[in-house]
Design a protein around this ligand. Structure first.
Ligand code: ATR
Length: 281
């Protein structure tokens, strides 16, 4: 009998900067599993056929990255509650004959946050999300799921913050970026989902000294690993949560769905990815 080698991919355009192959290939080797994980850079007109080909017995599924996280939905048989609430799929997997979509960013974000700041939920009455793009959608869903009552969404383009609230959590309050500083003294959790602070971008400049002492500061930017926002948070003795953990934890569910083993996010894996980020590989 021939042994099947389950295959998975990251689908997107571009895909070469994706860290997913490194993470999944590390786990395949670490657990001694039969399987592969590759890159699939697709033009828009190749998307439908590629998704259809995932039905082939050798294929286990795929990750989906920009710009296809919403486009793939129409080619799937169903999507789960998390994908529905974010309006985007980042993981495709199979159940019997069915090709299904989920979104593991909510899980990745909440798992990393709870490991880094175990008491965050008890402390968080008010959360502030900076940004209203794709990443903010998953994080707003995560806040909703966690039952955070009071949520602000600040964005340079305020209409996008309004749209986001309307689509995902209408009780979230859109605000101008210029109002963020005034609200910080009553903010328990602040999350940067914009590209501000990323290498080559201006930093997100806020005076964090006014935050409550128990506050947690999260940055989903991971290049650099410690943004100025996170360094500033540490200087004020606040819990600083970086973006790499979310990336690593979001990969756990996909790997388990495709290859049948629940992998662990270990310091060794983290170091491996950190190293590749340093050299810009
Ligand atoms: P992603 O999917 O990574 O969230 P995105 O959808 O392009 O990416 O969203 C990027 C976010 O960063 C948006 O909130 C964007 O603000 P706008 O909606 O006003 O464009 C924010 N952003 C990017 N560059 C910014 C800058 N220089 N100043 C303020 N906000 C910025």
């Amino acid at each position: 009998m021939m042994t099947k080698t389950p295959r998975s991919y990251v689908i997107g355009n571009p895909v070469k900067h994706s860290r997913s192959p490194q993470i999944h290939q590390y786990w395949l080797k670490h657990y001694g599993l039969n399987g592969s994980y590759g890159l699939a850079k697709l033009a828009p007109d190749q998307l439908a056929a590629f998704i259809e080909s995932l039905r082939h017995a050798d294929n286990a599924g795929a990750n989906v990255t920009l710009p296809y996280k919403s486009d793939v939905i129409e080619f799937l048989d169903d999507i789960d509650e998390d994908a529905r609430s974010v309006g985007a799929v980042n993981t495709i997997y199979k159940q019997g004959e069915k090709l299904l979509g989920t979104n593991t960013d909510i899980y990745g974000f909440l798992t990393h946050l709870s490991l880094s700041a175990p008491d965050w939920q008890a402390h968080t009455k008010t959360a502030m999300i900076i940004g209203a793009g794709g990443a903010a959608r998953a994080i707003l869903s995560a806040m909703k799921t966690s039952g955070v009552g009071n949520i602000y969404i600040a964005n340079r383009t305020i209409s996008r913050a309004k749209d986001l609230a309307d689509k995902i959590y209408p009780s979230a309050q859109p605000i101008e970026m210029s109002k963020v500083q005034d609200i910080l003294s009553s903010t328990d959790l602040i999350i940067n989902t914009t590209s501000l602070g990323m290498i080559g971008q201006p930093p997100l400049e806020l005076d964090l000294s006014v935050l409550p002492k128990h506050a947690t500061v999260v940055d989903i930017v991971y290049t650099p690993l410690k943004t100025r926002l996170l360094l500033e948070a540490e200087n004020h003795g606040l819990i600083a949560v970086d973006g790499l953990g979310m990336l690593l934890h979001q990969a756990v569910r996909g790997f388990e769905l495709w290859f049948g083993t629940r992998p662990e996010v270990t310091p060794q894996l983290r170091q491996l990815v950190e190293k590749s980020l340093e050299v810009g590989a």
